[in-house]
Design a protein around this ligand. Structure first.
Ligand code: HEM
Length: 152
């Protein structure tokens, strides 16, 4: 198989996994969350991190090994925006990850542990913002794929 097609396929698989796991977090992380659901959420979040890393890796491989070559993307403001949004999503995912680990540990120590309602609401907001930013990435990718090199 043409390596470029294989890389495009792997990038799609990685980003489908990333998006599905992020939405699963939003579904799991809701008021009344406790017990096993807290441990499940921590595991889903680890998988989310792993798929996001695979998205970065396959995206990086398309960047440097794709037909257009690295120079095309590295000088392209559309790519800068795409990469910047990806980094923003990664930064926004730090606090939820810290909370999920803490809640899972607390649930192990104390049966019937329920996360603080305000902290849960903050985490849900951060997850929603990540989903929103994620929806912009395929648009930017489609622009790059069709040779768009500016927003004008
Ligand atoms: C969750 C984050 C990401 C999403 C949702 C995403 C989405 C996509 C999509 C849908 C395409 C196919 C566009 C098309 O053929 O019409 C694509 C292509 C591409 N992506 Fe990503 N991507 C993500 C992260 C990244 C990252 C982090 C990088 C770079 C490090 C990257 C680099 C690329 C490159 C180089 C292409 C090929 C564009 C072209 O054909 O010229 N992507 N991406």
């Amino acid at each position: 198989m043409n390596p470029e097609i294989l890389l495009a396929y792997l990038h799609f698989l990685a980003l489908i996994g990333t998006a599905s796991l992020l939405v699963s977090e939003l579904v799991l992380c809701r008021p009344g969350l406790q017990g096993d659901a807290l441990h499940r959420l921590r595991k889903v979040d680890s998988a989310y991190g792993a798929f996001a890393a695979a998205t970065l890796l396959t995206g990086g491989m398309r960047l440097f090994w794709g037909a257009k070559g690295g120079v095309y993307y590295l000088a392209n403001p559309v790519f800068h925006t795409k990469f910047g949004l990806f980094v923003a999503i990664a930064l926004l995912s730090i606090l939820p990850t810290v909370r999920f680990i803490g809640w899972s540990k607390a649930a192990r120590r104390q049966s019937g542990f329920v996360p603080d309602a305000a902290a849960l609401a903050r985490v849900r907001l951060l997850l929603r913002v990540q989903v929103l930013l994620l929806t912009a990435l395929p648009l930017l990718a489609a622009m790059m794929a069709r040779g768009v090199t500016s927003f004008r």
